[in-house]
Design a protein around this ligand. Structure first.
Ligand SMILES: NC(=O)C1=CN([C@@H]2O[C@H](COP(=O)(O)OP(=O)(O)OC[C@H]3O[C@@H](n4cnc5c(N)ncnc54)[C@H](OP(=O)(O)O)[C@@H]3O)[C@@H](O)[C@H]2O)C=CC1
Ligand SMILES: N[C@@H](CC=O)C(=O)O
Length: 457
């Protein structure tokens, strides 16, 4: 259906990088579609950049560009699109736009996770809308789903692959054997990574996104300090290989889980059995699973980063505004989620433990692992090792019936026996794992224990 011609909407844009460039190009390439469906012509009135001389990969009227936020605010505009990133000047300019009744669309997860409640309050006061679909999971319309569709459902949990850069890196590490730092350079060149990629690889970006989803689902504001956060920087390609041989994928997972102690929030790499719905989400793809009381489980997937998937989410926010603000439900993040449940260390039952060591130390370390597990009443499911180019060995174990704290103690013993502390990782394993054969019948001797477990090589 063709919408009636309604006029022109004037848009100011902050940022013309990966996402801003995608937005600008799409407003041009899909101009006719947008006009037909919304009835509006979109006119870009000014664009804030940091460097006027920078070579852009597309034609743009240089008169639109400015180095001064005030120029964008003083130009004629109805909607502000913020795709520059960072907290300032984004926060100040957005506040000013909202205060004066202009709608704002942002892709800035850090800003929304840290100051979303405050900005939404300014929007509510002036009657403007603040939309942020692009801030979580790139092109996947998961915010629209939580905000606009799951109105009668009570959300019981959220879990997802929320960072495209990390998923791309983990996928490439698994398929090519290259190490993370090398692949991160590719992710930067592809426009997936944040301006400071520490935010991606140390899990901050995924934590911001998990906070935003949780805020929407529980209508309250998460304290970011509540989110247990572990990044992917200690993982080595050998871990992906060992996991694969044992039938698992390694993914950086954001989790919000209701427990008896309250909401437990975490972002950390996990081993997922290959049959898990998130185990085969690869490359820059993200996926989000929402558990809700009436509908059950819903999973959405799509490209989680990059120029056009993200531009799509930004422009869909714009067309939602143009198609009628009344259908946009205002999120409410007013009450703070209290308690420190999220800060507690996970008590999971099954773990993957790995470290690098010299081949000469392997046997002594193995004995220590088994001794420690026997003392803790835990069990072994599998072990494996990968020889590395530097002459070291990466050894990995699947163990169960033990807490993370107990395994941290085990690791301390291993460091004294030659396991390298800097390379050690301890990851939760999703799903059931069972003891090795001998272990099931009786507590074995150290040698029996080692013989009884699955070998991953
Ligand atoms: N890249 C992605 O896949 C996704 C990014 N996002 C979010 O979108 C936002 C933008 O990301 P992205 O496009 O990748 O970032 P880029 O670094 O590619 O682009 C940032 C743009 O903002 C401009 N800019 C940055 N800081 C300033 C400043 N202080 N003053 C004036 N201009 C400034 C830069 O100007 P200049 O061009 O002159 O350098 C550039 O045009 C971030 O919040 C990010 O988290 C969200 C989802 C996906
Ligand atoms: N750096 C982010 C970009 C999208 O949010 C990511 O890799 O997911």
């Amino acid at each position: 259906m063709t919408a009636e011609k309604k006029g022109t909407v004037r848009v100011g844009i902050l940022g013309l990088g990966t996402v801003g460039g995608g937005v600008f190009k799409t407003l041009h390439s899909n101009r006719e579609t947008i006009r037909k469906r919304t009835g509006y012509e979109v006119e870009v009135t000014s664009i804030l950049v940091r460097d006027l001389e920078k070579e852009r990969q597309f034609d743009i009227d240089a008169r639109l560009l400015t180095l001064y936020p005030e120029d964008v605010l003083n130009a004629e505009y109805d909607v502000l699109i913020e795709v520059m990133g960072g907290l300032e000047p984004a926060r100040t300019v957005i506040t000013e736009a909202l205060r004066t009744g202009r709608h704002v669309i942002t892709a800035n997860k850090e800003l929304m996770a840290k100051h979303g409640a405050e900005l939404l309050a300014v929007a509510e006061q002036s009657g403007a809308h603040l939309l942020f679909e692009a801030s979580v999971a790139g092109g996947i319309p998961v915010i629209r789903m939580l905000q606009g569709y799951l109105t009668a459902n009570r959300v019981k949990g959220i879990s997802g692959i929320l960072n495209g850069t990390c998923n791309y890196i983990l996928t490439e590490m698994g398929s090519t054997g290259r190490e993370y730092a090398d692949i991160l350079e590719d992710a930067k060149a592809l426009g997936y990574a944040e301006a400071d990629p520490t935010s991606d690889v140390e899990g901050f970006d995924a934590a911001y996104k998990l906070a935003i989803l949780t805020n929407l689902a529980y209508e309250a504001e998460v304290d970011l300090a509540q989110i247990e956060r572990v990044g992917i920087t200690s993982l080595q390609a050998a871990d992906l290989e060992l996991a694969e041989r044992l039938g698992y994928s390694i993914k950086l997972i954001g989790n919000a889980r209701e427990t008896d102690d309250g909401l437990q929030l975490s972002v950390r790499p996990r081993l997922l059995p290959k049959a898990h719905p998130l185990a085969n989400i690869n490359d820059v793809f993200n996926a989000v699973t929402i558990q809700a009381d009436v509908v059950g489980e819903l999973t959405f997937s799509g490209r989680g980063a990059g120029e056009f998937p993200t531009a799509s989410a930004v422009i869909e926010d714009l067309t939602a505004l143009l198609c009628g603000e009344s259908s946009i439900r205002r999120p409410s993040w007013k009450r703070r989620i209290s308690g420190d449940a999220g800060a507690k260390k996970a008590q999971g039952n099954a773990w993957y433990l790995s470290y690098c060591c010299r081949p000469d130390d392997v046997q002594e370390i193995e004995v220590k692992v088994v001794e420690s597990l026997l003392t803790q009443g835990a069990f072994l499911n599998a072990r494996g090792e990968v020889a590395q180019k530097n002459g070291l060995v990466r050894q990995g174990w699947l163990v169960g019936g033990v807490s993370e704290q107990e395994l941290q103690q085990t690791l301390q013993t291993l460091y004294k026996t030659g396991a390298n502390e800097r390379t050690a990782v301890l990851l939760p394993v999703e799903g059931e794992i069972v003891p090795g054969v001998e272990w099931k019948q009786q507590v074995p001797s150290i040698n029996e224990a080692l013989l009884s477990v699955r070998h991953a090589w």
